[in-house]
Design a protein around this ligand. Structure first.
Ligand code: DGI
Ligand code: FE
Ligand code: FE
Length: 375
């Protein structure tokens, strides 16, 4: 009797509810599920990455169905494995092997090491992620379920807000707590009281950070930078210039309307107090008014702040839809809305905001006609 066996690899750093959901779905559809955590170089370990021992401990603490097995094959080899090594290891005459991959993997498959050999040994089983490219690659099998929209990066950001227990099961959360895993971003949230951050603002910041991680993945922007910039984006919201002066941070924003000053304060705090790199500082600086030379990181920070799930601005759904297609298009829509809103309430509009809007509108001219006509 041939056993239908599926291999599901990943760093599981940490295993979260999205993985558990996928593993249990696989367990319903295959005779055997082999969960294979990857080796991670010890040089990468530290606050951002858990040791192999703990990653396996977290996996073993999950309640999987009896046909799920956790394999230490890759971890034990003490070096990075290619998929071909793992597939060869589990090949046997009484197994029909499947190899689970995400939609991203499906598109890049041909570039994989020994792709042709791999295709002879196993069948690829694609698990689409929600919101991802829906292009179907021919010759691959697609799962009849969709993965959940959770990622390990979100768990790491959630640790800084004490919210990881919503994304991982209770046993995994307690391993994270006991071993003080993933505390990297906590040094930023720990300073919130110093800058008088209010609890609603912290909730908004967390939602914007999660939104930013999704955009960073979608647009291939450094996730670590994106998390830090969003955790810090509103840090200047409640501090006064006097307080900053006492901390040795000199700022003067008289030319800016009061609602926009916090971005400038935040940027100076990021630079002078935390010594953060320029890209992050500038992303914080431009998050409210936008700027003429925004990079993708700055675009994501401004957008994630604007479209986080609790926001209810007029026209926000169009900005959300645009953000799934193109960052520049989404910025144009966002600034269009903001300018209309400020005009309606007769508020002073910072000239740069209008310049940036025009720049993006010009750049997008003639593009996305099909998308716009569907609206
Ligand atoms: O800090 P958040 O509330 O999360 O969001 P934000 O940094 O985008 O700030 C939003 C506020 O800034 C909102 O009240 C609108 C205001 N704003 C944005 N651009 C301008 C502006 N206010 C004035 N007066 N002029 C602007 O150009
Ligand atoms: Fe803000
Ligand atoms: Fe904000």
């Amino acid at each position: 009797m041939m056993k239908r066996t599926v291999i599901y690899g990943g760093s599981f750093d940490p295993v979260h509810k999205g993985h558990e959901n996928i593993i249990n779905n696989l367990a319903d559809r295959f005779d055997e599920v082999l969960v294979v955590p990857t080796y991670i170089s010890p040089f990468k370990a530290g606050n951002k990455t858990a040791s192999p021992k703990l990653r396996i401990k977290m996996l073993k603490s999950c309640e999987f169905k009896p046909n799920v097995k956790i394999s230490t094959f890759e971890v034990r080899r003490n070096k990075c494995s290619y998929s071909i090594d793992t597939v060869r290891h589990f090949s046997s005459p009484n197994r029909k092997l499947y190899f689970a991959i995400g939609s991203e993997g499906a598109r890049t498959l041909d570039k994989w090491f020994m792709a042709d050999e791999l295709k002879k040994l196993c069948e690829f089983y694609v698990i689409p992620r929600p919101g991802y490219d829906k292009t179907i690659v021919e010759g691959l099998t697609y799962a009849d379920f969709v993965g959940m929209d959770v990622s390990s990066s979100e768990v790491k950001a959630a640790v800084a807000f004490g919210k990881h227990d919503t994304l991982v099961n209770a046993a995994v959360a307690s391993i994270i707590d006991k071993n003080e895993l993933y505390r990297d971003y906590k040094k930023f949230t720990d300073t919130y009281p110093l800058f008088d951050m209010k609890s609603e603002r912290i909730e908004h910041t967390y939602r914007a950070t999660v939104e930013g991680i999704k955009l960073a993945k979608r647009y291939d922007v450094n996730i670590d930078d994106c998390i830090i910039a969003l955790i810090m984006h509103d840090i200047g919201k409640y501090v006064t210039e006097e307080k900053l002066e006492k901390m040795g941070i000199h700022v003067s924003c008289e030319s800016l309307p009061p609602p926009c000053r916090h971005a400038e304060y935040g940027a100076e705090i990021c630079s002078k107090y935390f010594g953060l790199k320029k890209e992050i500082v500038e992303a914080v600086r431009t998050h409210t008014t936008c700027g003429m030379n925004m990079d993708a990181l700055a675009e994501i920070v401004a957008l994630a702040d604007y479209i986080e799930p609790a926001r209810k601005f007029v026209g926000i759904d169009e900005v959300r839809a645009a953000a799934a297609i193109d960052l520049g298009l989404a910025i144009e829509k966002m600034l269009g809305n903001t300018i209309k809103y400020l005009q309606r309430y007769n508020k002073y509009i910072v000239p740069i905001t209008i310049d940036v809007y025009r720049k993006y509108a010009e750049k997008n001219k003639g593009k996305f006609e099909l998308w716009k006509s569907k609206k």
